[in-house]
Design a protein around this ligand. Structure first.
Ligand SMILES: NC(=O)C1=CN([C@@H]2O[C@H](COP(=O)(O)OP(=O)(O)OC[C@H]3O[C@@H](n4cnc5c(N)ncnc54)[C@H](O)[C@@H]3O)[C@@H](O)[C@H]2O)C=CC1
Ligand SMILES: N[C@@H](CC=O)C(=O)O
Ligand code: NA
Length: 434
């Protein structure tokens, strides 16, 4: 069978990994699909010393690749929004399939890109865009196709999990670990995307769409980063038997879709609490299958390239077939996608970890518990730490049962107005069942 001809745009961390694995494992890959996958052209600003480009046509203009009549599939690995969008739309216009690792592009412009691809009868594949090397798109879109999926949650940013793990297990400094994640090729070009939860929200947006059959609605996702998680909170959570993880949570409720990324306390007995370093994990619940969980490396050159090539293999297998032979872009046929809205964060219901500084005298605890019980908020655990050196201050940590966020907001406002509480209350959401 005729080889499938690939053009790679961007030869950085993921691009170089893709190029090198295609070369190293060429025989295994073609043995699996019965045809070769050949890199015909590379579009890169500069050569990458990690890749031997002998015999490959190299261009400095990535749009040459998108328009090259000898290229069947364009692999977009440059990242970013604008140029990447133009590149992908140009490739589609020229009748090429596209493989991309760019979750920002898919989460923000995916509805438009998929519509253009469907009109042209080509496919835009994006397995590597979510949870790196874990085949989570395939698992949900194909493996769980029988199910009515009502919730999923996961650690879906490798850089953030690496930072939290190193901080909690080795007491390392936030900035120092972030620098290492950048050197290891885990972080986004702008690492605030990792630490502020934007990257995880891009991925969660995609997962929610393919799991629930709803449009991509990134702009409505609630996003909170890990930059304000302190070593003190990591330690107190640990004493209560919890780990702090940066979780993406999506739920399909009767009132709408919950779509939120934030630091979350998870009980140490939960599987997801044990997912450390650059590893990611996604838990998905379907009505037929029950609870499932998918684990693996969430970032890095070859783990991500592994997923890029999985998409190339899928395309090569169905290359001569009608586009209906491939799964619908968002897992459901476009006419079966339901326009269900995203719930404001005030409407979500969850448990909370609260930390506050109080005057250490009689009646303070009674007043705090009264403020909470007035709103029907019950307390699961409580801890008081006396300040050292004879100060009259103490730190109080509370873990509550589930309550609506807007009710908790009112309680926090009243606690902060209480004279015996100094400064603001630190609040971290907690999940008991994940
Ligand atoms: N690094 C990782 O672990 C993962 C990255 N991704 C995604 O993969 C994509 C690529 O990421 P990395 O390889 O890490 O980034 P990178 O920064 O290492 O590589 C991007 C490459 O594209 C080149 N490039 C950018 N604009 C260009 C243009 N206009 N013309 C020619 N070359 C251009 C850059 O010079 C660079 O060599 C991004 O969308 C990222 O979000 C997805 C999963 C994991
Ligand atoms: N920066 C991302 C890369 C993979 O998507 C991460 O750290 O997870
Ligand atoms: Na993946």
């Amino acid at each position: 069978m005729k080889p499938v001809s690939v053009g790679i745009c961007g030869l950085g961390t993921v691009g170089s990994g893709t190029f090198n694995i295609l070369k190293r494992n060429a025989e295994k890959i073609s043995g699996r699909i019965g045809r070769d996958i050949v890199v015909t052209q590379v579009g890169a600003r500069r050569d990458n010393p990690a890749c031997d480009l002998t015999g490959v046509d190299v261009t400095r203009d990535i749009f040459d690749v998108a328009k090259n009549p000898n290229v069947d599939v364009v692999v977009e690995l440059i990242g970013g929004y604008d140029v990447a969008k133009e590149l992908v739309l140009t490739a589609i216009e020229h009748g090429k399939h596209v493989v991309t690792a760019n979750k920002a592009l898919i989460a923000v412009h995916g509805n438009e890109i998929f519509a253009a691809a469907e009109k042209k009868g080509v496919t835009v594949a994006y397995e590597s865009a979510v949870a790196g090397g874990i085949p989570i798109i395939k698992a949900i879109r194909e493996g769980l196709a029988a199910n009515d999926i009502d919730h999923l949650s996961g650690i879906i940013n490798g850089t953030g999990n690496f930072i939290l793990t190193e901080m909690s297990q080795k007491g390392r400094d936030f900035g120092d670990v972030l620098k290492e994640a950048q050197e290891l090729g885990y972080a986004e070009a702008d690492p605030t995307f990792d630490v502020e939860g934007i990257d995880a929200a891009h991925k969660l947006t995609i997962l929610a769409s393919i799991a629930f059959g709803v449009p991509l609605q990134f702009e409505k996702a609630y996003t909170e980063g890990i930059s304000k998680v302190t070593p003190q909170d990591v330690k107190f959570a640990d004493e209560l038997g919890y780990r702090i993880k940066h979780l993406g949570i999506a739920k399909l409720t009767q009132d709408g879709v919950e779509l939120r990324v934030h630091p979350t306390l998870i009980h140490e007995s939960q599987l997801i609490a044990k997912v450390d370093g650059v590893m990611n994990a996604v838990a998905v619940h379907g009505d037929a299958v029950g609870d499932t969980m998918y684990y693996g490396p969430g970032a890095g050159s070859e783990p991500t390239a592994s997923a890029v090539i999985a998409d190339l293999v899928d395309l090569a297998r169905t290359f001569d077939a009608d586009s209906n032979a491939r799964p619908a872009h968002l897992g459901f046929q476009p006419e079966s996608i339901n326009n269900i809205g995203v719930l404001p964060v005030e409407e979500i219901e969850t448990s909370y970890y609260l930390r506050m500084e109080v005057q250490d005298h009689a009646g303070v605890m009674a007043k705090l518990t009264q403020i909470l019980s007035d709103r029907g908020i019950s307390i699961e655990a409580m801890m008081q730490k006396e300040a050292k050196g004879g100060s009259s201050n103490a730190t109080v940590v509370l873990l509550t049962h589930e309550v609506k966020e807007k009710v908790m907001n009112e309680a926090i406002t009243e606690i902060e107005a209480f004279d015996d509480v100094s400064g603001s209350v630190t609040r971290i959401r907690a999940e008991h069942s994940e």
